[in-house]
Design a protein around this ligand. Structure first.
Ligand code: G3H
Length: 496
């Protein structure tokens, strides 16, 4: 168990002696009262007062752009980050275990999350060097010589989601930091302890006040600091509702840049020309990796009516062979779901679908055992059902039969979301005909493959309510900076 008392503000590890929040793992362990979620630690429930301390530290480290960090040479900033990445790597074993216990991700996927984050840090450093090389190029136009730079924006508030507590938080925090901004960092409620081993690394790698942590309940600690109008960028990955709730406290929305990755309801379209087994395999990966708890997961399938029965049968058969188990078991594919309320929510959406005429068509679909939920294939889904529009964020696969491909495009047009879509078809003409209408609705079209964010160097964004700004590597560096220039007129004074 980890009982965290420390929080990092202004380069100091402060000790909290107030109330704490208990952290329960989604992994159940046998107790005298039956299976129970295991207590794995506590973290400080700091208050608005400590959030203000963190804000003030970030503001004074930024010092209106005159601070040590925003004015530091790029190579020196990169050195600080390299030191941090080294210290983080020393904590790999502990962090991987914490990811596994805190959010129930399989051990193999927890390792992937850690390693992918280190790769992301290295790729961001490389991209920054590239941007620096290209921005040190001078442009000469109409007697003016301009050096184009990338300059920081100020104080960035970074908040990440529970499903990738390390990786997704760092996809905003790292580029924001490297561009010379100072950081307020609030770890996700499920996934707080994952960051505990990094507090010291932050403290030892960066000048004081550059990275500051905030704990406590978001609704209690964030509105007040937002209302000061002193946060320049909100970098948030999570639900659209929470992002809007947080943002509305800022008094001057035109002064707040938002870099957001939010709700998504990614669709897969399986046409009569698809290789059904390829589609089944990819949809399983897309819909059920980490129990469907990914913003990039496939959350609804449109299957041509002529192949729907065969598709559903093969999908059910493949699901029945998936390995359920504890996250540390070798080859495990399905693990306990992270959020305590999720099994009940899944029961609710399944009941709603059944009440509106659908059925769970695979054996044991939707069966629960404490925090385990067996994947459910629901068919035929229609627009009366919650599952048709709501992002279930769990192991449920709604299948909608379609007759005309226009129905699928209309679904995307009407959807409030616009992150990704997958098309399954072996007919190149059909694929070619679909690409433009689809790519104009979402930000990524996957052909004969699942929806996903990676490779992480690719741009990652979404349309409509799914995102604002673009993440990845190059794009994220741009999102957390402004292009500025130093322009020198070639007159006699300047020539001297
Ligand atoms: O939850 C959203 C994550 O960014 C998903 O990343 O598609 O690589 O699993 P992934």
């Amino acid at each position: 168990e980890i009982h965290q008392r420390e929080y990092l503000v202004n380069g100091e590890m402060k000790q909290w002696d107030g109330p704490v929040s208990e952290v329960y793992s989604p992994i159940n362990i046998p107790t005298a009262d039956g299976l129970k979620r295991k207590l794995i630690g506590t973290y400080p429930l700091t208050t608005e007062k400590e959030a203000f301390e963190a804000l003030n530290a970030a503001l004074s480290a930024y010092d209106n752009g005159r601070g040590e960090w925003p004015t530091m040479r790029l190579d020196e900033r990169i050195n600080c980050l390299s030191v941090f990445a080294r210290k983080m790597t020393e904590q790999r074993t502990l962090i991987v275990k914490l990811i596994m216990w805190e959010i129930g991700k399989s051990f193999a996927d927890s390792i992937k999350e850690f390693d992918r984050t280190i790769e992301y840090i290295n790729a961001t450093i490389d991209a920054l060097k590239e941007i620096d090389r290209s921005s040190s190029r001078f442009e000469i136009k109409e007697g003016t010589i301009a050096q184009i730079r990338r300059s920081p924006l100020g104080v960035v508030l970074c908040m990440g989601p529970f499903n990738y507590p390390l990786n997704e938080t760092f996809t905003t925090l790292i580029p924001a930091l490297l561009m010379g901004n100072t950081i307020l960092f609030k770890p996700p409620k499920h996934g707080t302890l994952v960051h505990y081993p990094l507090l010291r690394a932050f403290m030892e790698s960066f000048p004081k006040g550059v990275v500051n942590t905030i704990y406590g309940r978001g609704a209690a600690v964030i509105p007040g600091i937002m209302a000061t109008g002193k946060i320049n960028v909100l970098a948030f990955i999570g639900s659209s509702k929470v992002a809007n709730d947080l943002r509305k406290h800022h008094p001057k929305l035109n002064r707040l840049r938002a870099v957001l990755s939010l709700d998504a309801k990614n669709a897969a379209i399986i046409t009569p020309h698809a290789d059904i087994q390829v589609a089944v395999n990819e949809c399983i990966l897309g819909a059920l990796s980490y129990n469907g708890q990914r913003c990039t997961a496939i959350k609804i399938l449109f299957v041509h009516r002529s192949i729907a029965d065969e598709f559903n049968a093969r999908l059910g058969e493949s699901i029945s062979k998936m390995k359920f188990g504890m996250p540390w078991e070798k080859g495990v594919q399905l693990t306990p779901v992270a959020e305590p309320g999720k099994p009940a929510y899944i029961r609710e959406v399944l009941d709603d679908a059944i009440a509106h005429g659908a059925a769970v068509v695979n054996e044991n679909g939707g069966a629960t055992n404490e925090s385990f939920v067996f994947p459910a294939v629901v068919y035929p889904v229609n627009d009366k059902m919650t599952l048709y529009r709501e992002e279930q964020f769990g192991p449920v696969i709604p299948v909608v039969p379609y007759d005309d491909i226009e129905e699928t495009i209309n679904y995307l047009i009407e959807s409030p979301h616009g992150q990704q879509v997958s098309i399954f078809s072996n007919n190149p003409d059909e694929v070619a005909m679909l690409i433009d209408p689809l790519v104009n609705q979402v930000s990524r079209v996957n052909i004969n493959s699942q929806c996903q964010r990676g490779p992480d160097v690719f741009p990652f964004t979404g349309r409509k309510d799914s995102a604002e700004g673009t993440l990845s590597v190059h794009d994220a560096l741009r999102s957390f900076s402004i292009r500025s220039l130093v322009a020198t007129k070639m007159n006699d004074t300047n020539k001297k």
